[in-house]
Write a protein that binds this ligand. Sequence first.
Ligand SMILES: O=C(O)C(=O)C[C@]1(C(=O)O)C=C[C@@H](O)C=C1
Length: 285
Amino acid sequence: MRIGFLGPAGTFSHAAVHASPRTPADAELVPAGTVHATVLAVQSGTVERALVPIENALEGAVNATLDALAFDAPDVRMVGEEVLAVRHCLVAAQDVPLAAIRTVLSHPQANGQCQDFLRRELPSAAVLPAASTAEAIRLVAAGEAPDPPAAAIGTALAAELYGAVVLREGVEDDASNVTRFVWLARDGAVDDAADAPGGRWKTSVVFSGDGDGRPGWLVRCLSEFAFRGVNLTKIESRPARHRLGHYLFHLDMDGSIADPRVAEAVAALEIHGASTRVLGSYLAA
Ligand SMILES: O=C(O)C(=O)C[C@]1(C(=O)O)C=C[C@@H](O)C=C1
C-alpha cells in the first residue's frame, strides 16, 4: 500500500504515519510537498491512503486540509483518525545562543503553536513560513535559510536526519499539545476498520447554503442534530470562495452514518436548502 504524507522525512505527519496501528508494515511511504498535494495524491490515485493533519489543540484547524477536501478532492473520504502528541524543538545548524538568532523558520501551524515561546525568547527574530517543519530544519541545516543565523522548529528526529543541533526541547506553548490527523482514501476503497466491532465512531460532513431569508438558518440546521441527540464535537466555518459572507460549515459528530439518528440528521439539512457532503465515518482515535 502506498501512503502519502506531508514530507520530507521527519515531519510530524511522518511520525503520525509511523505511530498509527493502521499503517501496514510493508507500506510504501510517499512524501508530498504540501498538505494540498497530499490530499490530491489520494484523489488522483497516486497513493491509496494518506494521513493529513486536520486540527491542533493550540492553533486550531488546518485550513489547507479542510479546503482541499471541500474544493479539490470530491472522491476522497475520511476513513480513520489519529491523535499525536506534538513536542517541538528549536534547532539550528550549530550551537548558537538564542540572542544571536535572526530568523526562525517553520510550518505556520508550528510557528503558531510556539508563539508565546517565540515572543518571550526570540522577540527580535523574524518568523518565516516553511512548507513543513522538516523542510524548515533541512533548509536551516543546509545553510539555505534566509538571514542567518537561522533556527527552525520541528521534530527531534528531523534534527537528527538533517544533521542539525537541538537548542531547546518542548518549545510548544502548552505541554499537552496534540494534533489530530485523518486517514484519507478514495471513495469505495475497502476499509479494513469498517467491520471493527465496538469502538467510538465519528462522522464528518461539510454543508453550505444561502439561508432561507429568515434569521437563525444555521441554528435550524444544527438543531436537526440536537433534536436527535447527535453530539457535535466540532464546527468550523470556511469561506465558500465565491462571495464574501458565504461559508462552508465543517461538522464533526459522534456516531457513524450507519446510525439512523446521524443519517436522518444529515439528510434533514436538505430541508433547509443546504447542500451536504459526508466526508466520512471512521473509528475515533
Ligand atoms: O510540518 C509538519 O511537521 C507537519 O506534519 C504539519 C503539521 C500541521 O500542519 O499541523 C502537523 C503537526 C503539527 O501540528 C505541526 C505541523
